[in-house]
Every structure is written in C-alpha cells, then in structure tokens.
Design a protein around this ligand. Structure first.
Ligand code: KET
Length: 487
C-alpha cells in the first residue's frame, strides 16, 4: 500500500474554490475542503484513496456517491510520492486574480474593471505611439546589443528618471545627493528599497502605510524585512481624506519610523491630500517626528494629466532638504506594464552618503536578480532624452488622463439618470485611475454574477478600463446592486 500525496480535482474544485488540502496523519488519506460543493453547503471531506486511487470513502457529511463522482471526473490522478504534498492551495491575488476569473468567463459582455490597466474606448490595451516610435529607433540602431546592463541599470535612464519626478532644477540632484537605480517597475523598486532599509536604516524599522493602501504594500515590506503598521487615511463617511486621523496616527508613530506616501492618485481610494494638507503632513513628518518618507509614485501624469502637478508633493519633501525614498513606475504613464520599468531613488544628506548608499543597493540587487532588463528602460531613456518624443508623450499621457476624467462624468451622469440611491459625488471628486465606490463585497459579487462586471471586492473600479459603451452596463449593475443590497 502506498501513501497519498496529491489529488487532482476538476476545475470547479480548484483555484479559489479549493480552500485546503492536507494529508491526514496516517499519510494514507488526503483531506480537502472546497468553498462550494455542488448541491451541498461548505463541507469537510476526507477522501481515502487506496493504492492507485481506485477506492474512495468519505467523512464529514458528503455522500460517498459524490466523492465517487469527483473521482470519476478527475480520472483520479493521485500521486503517492511527492515531497510537496503538504503544500496548500493558495488563494488568488485580490487584484490580479480578478483577471484570472475574468478570463474564465465565456460571456461576451464581460468587463474587466479590476486591474489598474488603461484601455482605449474600444476596450483594448494601448501601446503609446511614442513608445512604438522609440522601439523602431531601437530596432534600427545596429550598434545596440543584448549585453548585461550594470547592476543599477542604464545610467541615463536613472538620471532622467530622477529629473522627471524631482524637476530638472532640483538642488538635491545638483548637489549629487540623489542616487537612482533602475529596478523592476514600481513593485521591484519598493522591494529593493525595503530590503535596503531593513539592513541599513538607522531609524525605526517599521513602515506606516495608509489604511487602505495598495494590497501588495502589506506583503512587499514584511518580506523585505520591514514590518508594516497603518495610519488612518480614508473616511468612509465622507469618502474623502481622514486628515485629522492621519495626523494623529503619524504623531503617535515612534520617532524615526518610515512612512509610505502615495505620491498622487492614491490607490485604491482616489483621494489625495490638498496642498495645504500636504504641508501639515510634511511638518509632522519633518519637524515633529523625524519620520522617513517613502513615496510610491505609480501614477505620475495620470492624476491631473500633468507630470509636474503630480510630482508636486514629492518635490515639497525633497526641496526641504530632508531625506526621501522614492519608487517610480512607468507601467501606467508610459503603458509599459509588462516591460517592468521603474526606479528607486534615495535622496540623502551628502554626496558621500549617496555614493555609499548606491554601493549597498548594488549588494541588495545582485543576489536578487543580478541586473535589470534592457528593453523597457531603453524606450524610456529615448523618450525622456528626445525633446520631440517627450512632447509627444505628454500629449498622449494627457489624452489618457482626460479619457479617465470623462469616464467619471459619464458614470456620474448615468447614475443620476437612473436615480440610483445615494450620493455619487465622489466619482467626480476622486482622482486617478480608480474610483473607490463604497460598494461592499456582497454588492460587488452580485455585479460580477449578474452583470459580468469584474472589480476588486473592496468596491474599487478601474475607471481606465471603462468606455462609453460599457458605462450603461456598469451603471445598471451599480443601480441594481444598491437597490437590492443595502451597504
Ligand atoms: N504602487 C501602486 C500604488 C500601485 O497601484 C501599483 C500597481 C504599483 C505600485 C506597482 O506597479 P508596477 O506594475 O510594479 O510598476 N497597481 C495596479 C496593478 C497591480 O496590482 O499590480 C493595481 O492596483 O491594479
């Protein structure tokens, strides 16, 4: 008799449906739990498999016949010797998992408003014209090769990225107090920053992140060695900023802790502080608590349509002379999602410190992925360095931002037309890629089931995924969800 280590289940029992598998202590049976078992409610099922999987029995309230049906459908693929039998089925990512579910839906009317990725009016992904032009230039340049980049990437890319967000007249750049390293988009930049801080930061190794925040922050920092705590940010009552709560929580943070700030277009809420509020936040961070600001800039140009306006808050913190960490992403503003282009900057006090910090960042990167990829950063470098391409990019970027803003108006008007209960002003007031609707999990699940609209369970809608064609469908879905289920 051999012991069981894995069992394959039909599709409807896999993925998020399969909650748990575990070996029972005698190693001769495998327990699995599924979220929904046909014709039964949530059940604990022990499946006993003997030898090559021909015999089944069950415990936990599910009939033997049903287990047999499962066995038949699967062809009972049972491995008996894996060292990974204890590995549990992980849940899908709360954001990227929405696309997985969307792809499985055969309904032609389906709409994906989950992931923050820009779509055209026709609902198609967009490659910017300026990116195509830069790619053609790269292709035509026979002097280019595929050699490894240095550990910190393309030097021009780093210089131009720092100028883009800090401004070309930035004093810290002139004083050589800025070190920038090319990383794997925004996520990779945050992760490298986290690991560097975990090893080298002289202050409190805790990062305060807004509540709520982009979900991945809560995973990136602890895995990089920095524990997270939250500060109040969003007020569900006003669907705006809880400024008092935020200030109170930052004041209560241990002196010298790190604080994560969304540079603009806060994800998921679409709520940013006003300039006056930013000034209040800056004073607490700088003068009262000596916290280290770590900016996550994933949407420069997407919020207002202007690269400079969206960099305003970051520049206040750099221009006051204090130290700043900063992660930049070109996923959204240049549409380079899958190229994984981004940068981490450390703005520190003293050119000598900057040099030493750079040397240590290399020690973080080298064993992690050795050096970054070439293609995307070469595109960005060309666009940022060439005046014509740069101007063209700004026009295209503004075009994307404007289309998102026009979607806000269309959705707002459509809900008004339907006399949907509730106040929907926040659709117009929030900025950037997302609207944080206030819809709850039950309402979202209903909209997905009945209207094939896919969005994250926290009620976030990617406005960039919406088009004039799909606005009525979304408005119908929201209307029906609000009327049928109270918030
Ligand atoms: N920071 C924020 C605030 C953010 O919203 C994202 C992506 C990233 C960083 C990372 O992007 P990168 O592709 O690594 O440069 N957010 C969207 C996509 C995702 O979840 O990965 C989203 O929220 O839908």
């Amino acid at each position: 008799m051999s012991s069981i280590s894995t069992i394959s289940l039909p599709t409807r029992f896999s993925g998020s449906n399969l909650l748990e598998t575990s070996l029972l202590p005698n190693q001769n049976s495998l327990r699995f739990r599924v979220a929904s078992f046909p014709a039964t409610s949530r059940s604990n099922v022990a499946v006993h498999v003997r030898d090559n999987g021909t015999s089944f029995s069950s415990a936990g309230g599910v009939r033997r016949t049903r287990i047999s049906a499962v066995a038949k459908e699967t062809g009972t693929s049972v491995s008996t010797d894996s060292s990974f039998a204890h590995v549990q089925q992980a849940p899908e990512d709360p954001i990227l998992g929405i696309t997985v579910a969307y792809n499985k839906d055969p309904n032609p009317a389906k709409v994906n408003l989950g992931v923050g990725a820009y779509r055209t009016e026709e609902g198609k992904p967009l490659v910017l014209n300026v990116v195509r032009k830069a790619e053609q230039k790269l292709l035509a340049d026979k002097s280019r090769n595929k050699e490894y980049l240095g550990i910190t990437g393309i030097p021009d890319f780093n210089k131009l990225s720092a100028q883009l967000i800090l401004g070309s007249d930035c004093l810290a750049i002139a004083e050589k107090r800025v070190v920038t390293v090319q990383c794997l988009s925004g996520t990779g930049s945050l992760r490298v920053g986290a690991e560097f801080l975990a090893t080298h930061y002289g202050g409190e190794k805790i990062i305060y992140v807004p509540s709520p925040t982009w979900g991945n922050h809560l995973k990136i920092f602890p895995l990089g060695g920095i524990q997270t705590r939250t500060y109040r940010y969003f007020d569900p009552k006003t669907k705006g900023l809880d400024y008092e709560g935020m200030i109170e929580d930052l004041r209560a943070a241990p002196s010298g802790a790190v604080v994560l700030l969304h540079a603009c277009a806060h994800n998921p809420t679409g709520v940013d502080p006003t300039q006056e509020q930013w000034e209040g936040i800056r004073r607490v961070i700088r003068e009262e608590k000596h916290l280290l600001p770590f900016f996550d800039s994933a949407y420069q140009g997407f919020a207002s349509g202007s690269l400079d306006t969206d960099a305003w808050a970051v520049r206040q913190f750099v221009n006051d002379g204090g130290e700043v960490f900063l992660a930049q992403s070109y996923a959204k503003n240049m549409g380079l999602y899958g190229e994984r282009v981004g940068a981490l900057s450390a703005i520190v006090k003293g050119a000598d410190v900057a040099t030493r910090v750079e040397s240590q960042l290399k020690l973080v990167i080298r064993p992690m992925y050795s050096s970054p990829p070439t293609h995307g950063a070469a595109i960005v470098s060309l666009i940022l360095a060439d005046k014509d391409l740069y101007e063209e990019w700004k026009v295209e970027l503004k075009g994307m931002a404007d289309r998102i803003i026009s979607m806000r108006h269309q959705l707002f008007d459509a809900l008004k037309e339907r006399k949907t209960p509730g106040n929907w002003d926040h659709i117009l007031n929030q900025i950037g890629m997302f609207t944080f609707t206030g819809l709850n999990k039950q309402q979202v699940e209903y909209m997905t089931k009945e209207y094939h609209i896919y969005m994250t369970l926290d009620g976030r809608i990617s406005m960039a995924g919406l088009s004039s064609r799909t606005v009525p469908q979304l408005a119908d879905a929201i209307h029906s969800a609000v009327v049928n289920f109270s918030s």
